[in-house]
Write a protein that binds this ligand. Structure first.
Ligand SMILES: Nc1ncnc2c1ncn2[C@@H]1O[C@H](COP(=O)(O)OP(=O)(O)OP(=O)(O)O)[C@@H](O)[C@H]1O
Length: 974
């Protein structure tokens, strides 16, 4: 590698203007055949999208003009051209706010004293100075105290938060192409019912009756008792009535207040389900369900309870095909099972743990719902998102009584669900995996409340090799489920899992290989196509306005970043296409409105991040367009699976380009950590304070995240691994707000303390600030030997009596230490290696996705012998191969392995930020434009070098940064 490290740094930037950079190559073309030519578009004066946009939804001519007039300043039409940036770097930032007292290293000038001017000696993992000081190979720097740090929030919407995009770099689309023809326009068959799709027509739509009025999130509809299934009866009407307003409609505002209250309660309880989306989605789904219920109710034939009970008994006594089909028909109104359903149901009824892999929309839910009617005990469904749980609950047929235990419930509501559960009145209970941290929850299941079946929805989340690993899912292991819930039969369901992922899920849940039911990954009514686009906005518009889309009523456009969704929906509206954006940054009420408009076909297009679509069952979505490359083939398959659920031919088009790929690839490295940081983290977790062993320990999420420059999810992953790995080092407890500020109102604190041991302990261990008592909940709880929950309940009682008011803050991971590791260093090395393997796996998934797109565009026609602009067979083949093989082999990638100016640029960067401390990873992140807790984009994106080297492999940049940091320290030493 060429080194420019000898340059004296007198220049400001070694990087030449970007427009002189050799242009990035297009993806290689293995085939000598010409690339498929874009199909010319017929000029179309009017878009024929249905329904015709109403004037209210359409922009006026003025707005179109405004849009155009402002396009110059709009990052879409005029992307920030890096080459136009001044070559002078920004003035060196004031480092003081960015210096962490906790990160050990800061660039510092070596003392001028020649006796100390000897460069460090390499000694294995650390660099040893002649004075015997140790430095890590990542160059070593001294501490400087940081005063404040601004946290960055990320713009990507991935539920698993596996990667993030820095806020301040809305790299806009290149408007380079002048072509008025998009790179790709689909052939023009009319949408029709695909034959042999394996998706049978639905004879009678199921109704979306809701049960479990104790669940605040679910809109409740009264039913006349005559039609009420009495298989398991719930008397929840009193609760339901709470939400019915004078007009007889359920009052969403009432509910909203109710939810918020619940949420506040949750915070004080300190339980965290891991998703903010849950609270919001309660609102999102609300109106839609009401509407669906109304529609369904009018169509529903009278329900014959006796016949139903007979069918249940018959299926229980003899689960024959005939009996099960009869029950299916009575419960759902469907004539037949879909592929894989009957097989799965029979396995479960035989008590065999089963792994079920069916495509999205193929009807997996039915595979646990029907057995839940037949099995004697409760069916416990574990789901990763509250939104999904709500969706599942909504979709339960009215004769299956469901309940939900979620963080957004008030304690009374949760108690009510538990009471009903213990009475045997709930057949299907939906919970999040975080519930398994809660000892009270586990204690519900006793001899009286038997669980017949545990269902793990989105089971791929168990595996760290999946595209959507959730640490809390690691808790779902057969051994744990057996021990805690006394359950033997587990049904794991997913639509997207590679062979490697399936292997790890099945081994965690102890499902024998013979019990795998796996059907086609893709429905065959999806027409897949890909195009390399240099002007995605323009191409997208042409595509949507093309004649092939004439009959398409509903379209989802998936983007990676929130700003993209807003920019595109605005652009489409300005071009007379009714579109709305949807992402997790939009207030819940507005999201709810967007979803409602989409469901009722009042808008044609939703431009969304991954936040949209989980549990979405809109049958007439005619097209799914990927404006941004998905991060994996799993994500791609999952998202295109939302199209064509009605069995009709549907379009799935994917745009890709190298810049987006490079940017996404950078983001794959945003979770990475270094071994010495993991070591420091472990040192803090296993505090040397012996007296804390066996007691409640806590780690405030925000503070720790800054301290270790580690994302909260990464910390949770490490903690979960420490609990569930080969050796059980700790026991995780529910998350808690640990800092409490208490005010006394009636009795004086000292008097109250005389009669109350808890208050006495609080007084002893709190600081007083302006008459308020501030204390750490775990410290006080430990001092009197009670759990944090008991302490919280006690405070709550005092509050109810009017004695105190209090506030809690500082959400923390809580745990007790089971065993202190004998060798923290080797444990750190082991954990870091594991995390880095997980990271490589994510990178490989992205590379595979990108390669599949490149291959489709370049080689598809050769493989298929001409396919008129569509790549269905080619992509299907690639997808099939990917899902059937182990996905841990090396994947070729397009990343640059060197750059002439890289080291020189790093050198300049280090010189111009000499007061700040850096590690090689921190420098590489900045060069790749990745924010982290200690290096927020709000500050660091201002540097000239931010995101400059996204096209060079991250590891290469890290190596270069390491070398330059060492040089920097050495030079100072001379
Ligand atoms: N045997 C059947 N006949 C007709 N329709 C069915 C049948 N089974 C399920 N369905 C319908 O198919 C639709 C999709 O079902 P469901 O939501 O369970 O799919 P899924 O596989 O869980 O999808 P996803 O992976 O997106 O969650 C629902 O509307 C459901 O009622």
């Amino acid at each position: 590698m060429e080194s420019s490290s000898d340059s004296d740094g007198s220049h400001i930037s070694a990087t030449p203007p970007r427009n002189t950079k050799p242009s990035r190559q297009r993806p290689p073309r293995p085939s000598p055949q010409p690339q498929p030519q874009p199909k010319p578009l017929e000029p179309k004066p009017e878009p024929k999208l249905k329904p015709k946009p109403k004037p209210a939804l359409l922009p006026s001519h003025k707005s179109i003009l405004r849009f155009r007039a402002s396009s110059k300043s709009n990052p879409i039409s005029e992307p920030k051209n890096p080459s136009s940036e001044p070559t002078r770097p920004d003035p060196p930032p004031d480092p003081s706010p960015l210096l962490s007292p906790t990160l050990p290293y800061q660039i510092c000038r070596w003392p001028s004293d020649p006796s100390r001017a000897i460069p460090p000696v390499d000694s294995g993992d650390t660099l040893l100075t002649p004075q015997g000081r140790h430095f890590y190979k990542s160059p070593s720097f001294s501490k400087i105290r940081r005063t404040t740090i601004n946290f960055d929030s990320f713009e990507d919407d991935e539920p698993s938060s596996s990667s993030s995009a820095p806020k301040s770099q809305p790299k806009a689309e290149n408007g380079g192409s002048d072509s008025s023809v998009p790179d790709w326009v689909p052939p023009e068959p009319k949408r029709e019912v695909a034959s042999g799709s394996g998706v049978s027509a639905i004879a009678v739509k199921k109704r979306f009756d809701l049960v479990g009025g104790n669940v605040p999130s679910v809109p409740v509809k009264f039913r006349k008792s005559g039609a009420e299934g009495n298989f398991v009866k719930l008397n929840l009407n009193r609760r339901k009535r709470k939400f019915v307003n004078r007009r007889g409609n359920s009052s969403s505002s009432g509910r909203r207040k109710f939810y918020r209250k619940g949420k506040r309660k949750l915070k004080s309880q300190g339980e965290n389900e891991g998703e903010t989306v849950g609270e919001e989605d309660e609102l999102v789904t609300d109106a839609i369900v009401q509407q669906q219920n109304r529609k369904q109710d009018s169509k529903r034939p009278k329900f014959d309870t006796e016949l139903f009970e007979e069918a249940v008994l018959a299926a229980r006594n003899e689960p024959s095909d005939e009996n099960l089909v009869k029950l299916l028909s009575l419960t759902y109104g469907y004539d037949s099972f879909r592929d894989g359903q009957l097989e799965a149901i029979k396995m479960v009824l035989e008590g065999k743990s089963t792994m079920l892999v069916l495509p999205t929309g193929a009807g997996k839910s039915l595979c646990y719902q029907l057995p839940s009617i037949i099995l004697p005990g409760v069916t416990l469904v574990v789901s990763p998102l509250i939104a999904l749980m709500i969706d599942q609950l909504k979709q339960l047929p009215h004769m299956i009584r469901g309940g939900l235990l979620s963080s957004s419930q008030r304690p009374e509501e949760a108690s009510e669900t538990i009471r009903l559960l213990q009475q045997g009145a709930i057949k299907v209970l939906l919970v999040s995996p975080e519930r398994f941290l809660n000892a009270e929850f586990l204690s519900i299941f006793s001899a009286t409340t038997v669980i017949s079946l545990v269902v793990v929805d989105e089971a791929h989340c168990i595996s760290e090799w999946s595209h959507n690993f959730r640490p809390s899912f690691m808790r779902l292991r057969a051994s744990l489920l057996r021990a805690k819930l006394n359950v033997n039969c587990i049904l794991a369901m997913t639509a997207t899992a590679t062979a490697t992922t399936l292997g790890s899920v099945m081994s965690a849940l102890e499902i024998p290989p013979t019990n795998l039911i796996q059907k086609a990954i893709l429905r065959d009514n999806l027409q897949l196509s890909v195009s390399l686009s240099r002007n995605r906005m323009k191409d997208l518009l042409m595509l949507i306005k093309s004649t092939s889309f004439t009959d398409v009523q509903s379209i989802i456009i998936y983007c990676k970043f929130q700003f993209e969704t807003e920019m595109i929906s605005r652009y489409l509206c300005d071009n007379n296409i009714s579109a709305k954006s949807y992402h997790s940054g939009i207030p819940a009420k507005d999201r709810s409105r967007v979803q409602e408009l989409f469901f009722t076909n009042k808008i044609c297009v939703v431009v969304a991040t991954v936040a949209f679509g989980m549990g979405l069952d809109k049958r007439d979505i005619g097209a799914v367009i990927h404006y941004t490359l998905p991060e994996s083939l799993e994500e791609y398959v999952q998202e295109i699976g939302r199209a064509g659920r009605d069995g009709r031919l549907s379009y799935c088009h994917l745009y890709f380009d190298e810049d987006t790929y490079f940017k996404l690839r950078s983001l794959m490295y945003s979770d990475g950590v270094d071994e010495y940081v993991v070591n420091k983290f472990l040192c803090q977790v296993f505090t040397s304070d012996e007296s804390l062993h066996g007691k409640i320990c806590s780690l405030v999420k925000e503070t720790a995240s800054r301290k270790f420059d580690m994302k909260e999810e990464v910390m949770l992953t490490l903690l979960t691994q420490l609990e569930l790995g080969e050796v059980r080092y700790l026991h995780l407890l529910p998350e808690l707000n640990v800092t409490c500020t208490l005010n006394f109102h009636k009795t004086s604190p000292v008097l109250l303390a005389g009669n109350d041991a808890v208050v006495a302990a609080i007084l002893k261990r709190s600081e007083t600030k302006q008459g308020q008592y501030v204390f750490d909940i775990p410290t006080v709880a430990n001092s009197i030997g009670v759990t944090a929950t008991i302490l919280s309940n006690h405070l709550q009682n005092l509050k109810l009596k009017g004695e105190v008011t209090y506030e809690v803050k500082d959400q923390a991971y809580c745990y007790t230490i089971v065993e202190v590791p004998a060798d923290l260093c080797s444990l750190s090395a082991h954990l870091t290696k594991w995390l880095s393997e997980v990271e490589s796996c994510k990178v490989r998934k992205l590379d595979t996705m990108f390669n599949a797109a490149v291959f489709a565009v370049n080689a598809c026609e050769k493989v298929q012998g001409g396919c008129d602009g569509q790549h269905t067979l080619c992509l299907q083949r690639n997808i099939l191969q990917y899902f059937n093989e182990d996905d841990n082999s090396e994947v070729p990638n397009k990343m640059g392995k060197d750059s002439r100016f890289l080291r020189a640029d790093i050198k300049v960067f280090l010189q111009s930020n000499s007061q700040a401390k850096f590690t090689p990873r921190a420098v590489a992140r900045i060069m790749h434009g990745i924010a982290s807790p200690s290096y927020p984009s709000t500050f660091w994106s201002k540097t000239h070098f931010w995101g400059r080297y996204t096209n060079i492999d991250f590891q290469v940049v890290m190596e270069a940064a390491k070398a330059e940091l060492i040089n920097f320290v050495r030079k100072d030493a001379v």
